[in-house]
Design a protein around this ligand. Structure first.
Ligand SMILES: [Fe+2]
Length: 160
């Protein structure tokens, strides 16, 4: 199933996961994140302004790659959501190598309020950077953070 993620072309990937991740997370248009479809609320304590300042500097997105411009393709996590009744499967993947010196460390799943939900740590020697998060009875926006040992943290999102 996860292999299907790799068959998507760039247009499909961008449509599926949304290239406006930073704008959505950070309310780039000035609107609160809660006003977007499926979101359940803005970051706690209204962190939008500080987060906006950090995008492209501390964390990166396809739209705000900052100093890592040109590395979006391998680092912004691809996300696919499948739903069966109340069962939800969120899959994430990076088209990124796993060499001893350059690899994806882990994927972190966050809810719409940027609370930690689950994570999957990768073994550089044995794993591909693909994660599966099985959830139940959830809905709304989820964010996936992909951590590269050289190119920092990249965020993308999908709605359940
Ligand atoms: Fe990297």
């Amino acid at each position: 199933m996860a292999g299907q993620i790799w068959k998507l072309n760039r247009r499909q990937i961008l449509t599926m996961a949304g290239t406006g991740a930073a704008a959505v997370i950070l309310g780039g248009n000035g609107a609160p994140a809660a006003s977007t479809a499926g979101a359940t609320g803005a970051p706690a304590g209204d962190m939008r302004a500080p987060l906006r300042a950090l995008a492209g500097k501390i964390f990166y997105t396809a739209d705000q790659p900052g100093r890592w411009k040109g590395k979006e393709g391998g680092h912004s996590p691809l996300i696919k959501v499948d739903k069966d009744g109340t069962d939800v499967l969120v899959r994430a993947a990076n088209q990124h190598g796993m060499s001893k010196t350059h690899y994806i460390i882990k994927h972190i799943l966050l809810d719409a309020q940027l609370n930690f939900v689950k994570e999957q740590v990768f073994d550089q020697a044995f794993d591909m950077p693909r994660s599966r998060f099985e959830l139940n009875g959830v809905k709304g926006r989820f964010f996936v953070v992909s951590m590269c040992n050289l190119h920092d943290n990249w965020i993308n999102w999908a709605d359940v």
